[in-house]
Design a protein around this ligand. Structure first.
Ligand SMILES: Cc1cc2nc3c(=O)[nH]c(=O)nc-3n(C[C@H](O)[C@H](O)[C@H](O)COP(=O)(O)OP(=O)(O)OC[C@H]3O[C@@H](n4cnc5c(N)ncnc54)[C@H](O)[C@@H]3O)c2cc1C
Length: 384
């Protein structure tokens, strides 16, 4: 296995978080890494992997301690997420869920009802905003929820829902007040509610093991108490969760992927000889390694900076869009250079470089495309 390449930053985490990081590193590299090929071949998370993750407590990373989680802040969660992403995006998304939405915006009742079960791994959570005709333009969603006594009846479809077919809970965004210009509301929907349908698992270019599903709701009854935050405030909820998600699921996860690709490439450049020399000594290869290291380090610094700001409850919309844009595009470039450094072997399935290369491509699309991040950045710096 390639040697770890440590690049120090000025950010510090508590000793117990550092201890957790080393524990997670061991679990990921010793216990979970052997399953990578199986995840790729079966396009799913094997039961043994689910068991190891559950026993490690990682599902509760950001669930408050009072509900059985680890209660980590954003910086600490990012440090741990990097370790998980060293192996794969599939694992990051499996571990992740969207507990954060309920932890920070849920009523006491919702927290009591669900957080313990999320932390224990009994319930995975998913986030369902995108529809076939409403992607970047999220405000044009057509999913509807009409009031019926003390519940709402949910009707419509959602596509490309990460973990949608394996999640016990899905945060569904629906229009509750179409006559008043379409107030959007966020509902916590259990997959056992009548009328909840998994239409199909959606096949993808890469990201095998990241369950991606098309869901439908047919007059699906959702108790009014399952509204996250307030009726009509769903769009604000979605944007807030995307702001925070971009730091961890895109920023930190991309850094972890880039780090792995850098380590594999340095190892290969040390070992592989051509023209009687190790290839790393050729300037063309060495310069690629240098650029990979700089991109990874710069993305990490941006992630830690905005994560520290999130922990201080400062506004993060601008910087999380910057991190999402930079870290995912950096990863794309790093993955491309990693294939190049490995030559033909980088293109073969024997090594995992080609998997990272395919997986990286989604980074510029999911959770808001690169173009949408640039819109957010441009609007914020122009108009404040
Ligand atoms: C693997 C994967 C997992 C996903 N998981 C989830 C999930 O869990 N939950 C969820 O809700 N969604 C999920 N998505 C959906 C994802 O968030 C959307 O794909 C993304 O927001 C883009 O929407 P779209 O696909 O409809 O593309 P479109 O919005 O149709 O965009 C097409 C192109 O037009 C560009 N474009 C659109 N509007 C503008 C504009 N105003 N200015 C400039 N360019 C523009 C886009 O940048 C893009 O290049 C997932 C997607 C993928 C690929």
């Amino acid at each position: 296995m390639p040697e770890p390449i440590e690049m120090e930053t000025a950010f510090q985490v508590l000793p117990e978080v550092e201890e957790l990081r080393l524990r997670v590193r061991k679990i990921v590299r010793r216990d979970l890494a052997p399953f990578s090929r199986e995840i790729e071949e079966t396009d799913s998370i094997p039961g043994e992997v689910a068991g190891i993750v559950r026993d490690s407590g990682l599902h509760g990373l950001q669930v408050p301690v009072g509900y059985g989680g680890m209660g980590l802040g954003m910086l600490a969660a990012c440090v741990i997420t990097e370790e998980i992403a060293w192996l794969s995006q599939a694992l990051v998304r499996f571990v992740g869920g969207d507990a954060l939405g309920i932890s920070i915006l849920g009523s006491e009742l919702l927290c009591e009802k669900y957080l313990g079960r999320i932390a224990s791994g009994e319930l995975l959570a998913a986030f369902a905003l995108t529809e076939r005709e409403a992607g970047s333009d999220a405000l044009s969603i057509q999913c509807r929820a009409r009031r019926d006594g003390d519940r709402y009846l949910l009707t419509g479809e959602k596509v490309m829902v990460t973990c949608g077919d394996i999640a016990g809970l899905v945060l569904v965004f629906a229009v509750t007040d179409p006559d008043a210009g379409g107030g959007v509301t966020a509902f916590v929907v259990e997959n056992t509610f009548p009328g909840f349908e998994v239409v199909r698992a959606e096949p993808k270019m890469g990201l095998r093991g990241v369950h991606t599903a098309h869901l439908a709701f047919h007059d699906c009854p959702v108790p009014a108490e399952n509204i996250l935050d307030e009726e009509g405030n769903g769009f604000v909820v979605a944007m807030r969760l995307l702001d925070l998600g971009r730091i961890r699921y895109n920023g930190a996860a991309s850094v972890g992927n880039s780090q792995r690709l850098l380590e594999m490439s340095v190892h290969h450049a040390r070992e592989r000889k051509q023209f009687g020399k190790r290839i790393g000594n050729f300037e063309g290869v060495g310069f690629m390694l240098a650029r990979m290291a700089v991109q990874t380090h710069a993305a990490r610094l941006m992630v830690y900076n905005v994560a520290a700001r999130a922990d201080r409850m400062e506004p993060v919309t601008l910087e999380s869009a910057m991190v999402k844009l930079f870290a995912t595009e950096a990863l794309d470039g790093v993955a491309d250079m990693a294939v190049q450094v490995h030559g033909g072997q980088g293109y073969l399935k024997d090594l995992e470089v080609e998997r990272f290369y395919r997986d990286a491509r989604a980074g510029r699309i999911w959770d808001g495309t690169s173009e949408i991040q640039q819109l957010i950045i441009a609007r914020t710096i122009l108009d404040g």
